[in-house]
Ligand binder design. Structure first.
Ligand code: ADP
Ligand code: MG
Ligand code: ZN
Length: 475
């Protein structure tokens, strides 16, 4: 916090586009990146007399996200009209769920800076996206491809007290959407956007300060910067002895500042039930069945990795945010006999590097063979360097770890007699380095050990080599 006298209070309204085949109220294709105005019809263009029909998959995806966030699922919910005028909304109302949303209260547990933090969810509902305005030099054009793309809006409780908590929340919401495979969750395509509510109060105060809302922030970094900007602005106002005005503001990402849009009293949407829809009535058995489809989620995995496996928080976050990588890691841990921490290092390090190069995927290696390789390293049979050679071979051949170690002669030489010749050759080839060592630059020892490792093709035991070289040079 910029000024320790104050505390920030943040609440987020996060919108995510759902990756259904068709739009929420019509049969048009729900697809990002199509030619403008090719995925539209009288319904999503808001023509008078057209009638909407609710997409069942949008409802299903919302329930799944509700389960993921431990929400109560309401067996009866309804659609409302939020009335306002804007060119991207030809009906002059947005169909949303205000009064009786599909999902009620819930929560998400996050691991932030060494502690578990629970963020409450006030509600989660479905709604339609608006058309997209394209601003040109002397005109504004409208692309209706985005109109009626299904959205979920997740409204958090005002439970955030730091930027780190906001960041962990947004990262995890994105990862959960990907785990459930219900949204592309791409910020750059506008699939996730949020409204940021900010207030500050003096530490220890019994009431929250006046809240402002920053609308339509379209990047995670923008959300964090908008909060920082607002907190600083509020502190300045209060320190001047003035009061923060309740209002809605807009984030300008280029300028890095928020701009007033309207006073809060102008926020009256005259909400009423949309007569074009019947209530959404769900069977409890259907809702319960959807719950069985929810895997262990990334935020839960982070907590487990940190507390049970002693994996550092940032690594645990990276590991858990990719479901395939995290599943692979957990399979390895289940096989056992190798420490989870070194398994995590391999999955995040060399294995990810090979996969990121694009030629291979995780299905090209088996968890069994990775565990086997790590076991061999941990028992001292092969060096870490030799492990990398084994890994390359595991991706490109069908050989077992044992076979690779034997074929490539990778078994670590722990026997000093087998290493004596290598050490002698390396010392003979580096008289200058030896002089350096004797004149006090003892850090050249690492270089000499490295040369011996190289000469032994990674099979020398570095600790033994270190002791042998030191033994010769110090006498
Ligand atoms: P409204 O209906 O006026 O939009 P809500 O009570 O639904 O208000 O809250 C909207 C968002 O504002 C929620 O995400 C909530 O957590 C957040 N919020 C409420 N009070 C505060 C506050 N004092 N400071 C920051 N955020 C707040
Ligand atoms: Mg609101
Ligand atoms: Zn349509």
């Amino acid at each position: 916090m910029l000024n320790p006298k104050y505390e920030m209070v943040i609440g987020l309204e996060t919108h995510a586009e759902l990756s259904t085949e068709s739009k929420i109220f019509c049969a048009c294709k729900n697809e990002f990146g199509s030619e403008v105005n090719t995925n539209c019809c009288p319904v999503c263009m808001g023509m008078p007399g057209s009638l909407p029909q609710l997409n069942k998959m949008a409802v299903e995806y919302a329930i799944m996200m509700g389960h993921a966030l431990n929400c109560e699922i309401n067996l009866v919910s309804k659609m409302d009209r939020k009335n306002y005028f804007y060119p991207d909304l030809p009906k002059s109302y947005q169909v949303s769920q205000v009064e009786q949303p599909i999902c009620g209260k819930g929560h998400i547990d996050l691991y932030v800076n060494g502690e578990t933090k629970r963020i409450g969810i006030n509600q989660l509902h479905i709604e339609e996206d608006t058309a997209k305005l394209i601003h040109e030099d002397d005109a504004t054009l409208i692309d209706f491809n985005r109109a009626m793309v299904p959205l979920i809006e997740i409204v958090s409780a005002p439970d955030f007290r730091s930027l780190a908590e906001v960041e962990a929340y947004l990262d995890n919401i994105k990862a959960i959407l990907e785990y459930l495979d219900i949204s592309d969750a791409k910020m750059q395509e506008g699939s996730i956007r949020c409204d940021v509510n900010v207030s500050i109060n003096e530490v220890g105060a019994t009431e929250f300060g006046t809240r402002i809302e920053v609308k339509n922030v379209s990047t995670f970094s923008g959300a964090l910067r908008a909060i920082e900007y607002e907190v600083a602005r509020h502190i300045e106002i209060l320190e001047r002895g003035e009061e923060v005005q309740s209002e809605t503001r807009r984030w300008d990402d280029m300028k890095g500042e928020t701009i007033p849009m309207r006073g809060k009293e102008a926020n009256d949407y005259l909400v009423f039930t949309d007569p074009d829809f019947l209530p959404i009535v769900l069977e409890k058995s259907y809702v319960d069945e959807l719950k069985t489809r929810i895997p262990t989620l990334p935020n839960e995995r982070v907590i487990k990795y940190v507390t049970e496996y002693s994996i550092p928080e940032s690594e645990a976050a990276v590991l858990s945010h990719s479901k395939s990588r995290s599943d692979f890691f957990e399979e390895c841990v289940t096989i056992g006999n190798a420490t989870p921490k070194s398994l995590a290092n391999w999955v995040l390090g060399d294995i990810s590097k090979i996969i990121n190069d694009g030629k291979f995927t995780l299905s090209d290696i088996s968890p069994q063979s990775i565990v086997e390789m790590v076991r061999n390293i941990e028992s001292g049979k092969i060096s870490n360097t030799a492990g990398k050679t084994v890994l390359d071979e595991l991706f490109t051949t069908d050989k077992s770890v044992e076979q690779i170690i034997a074929d490539k002669g990778l078994a670590q030489l722990n026997d000093t007699s087998a290493l004596e010749q290598i050490v002698a050759d390396v010392l003979a080839a580096n008289p200058k380095t030896i002089e350096d060592y004797k004149s006090g630059k003892t850090n050249v020892l690492g270089f000499l050990v490295g040369q011996c490792m190289k000469a032994s093709r990674g099979t020398g035991n570095p600790q033994i080599l270190n002791d042998m070289i030191k033994g010769i040079l110090d006498n």
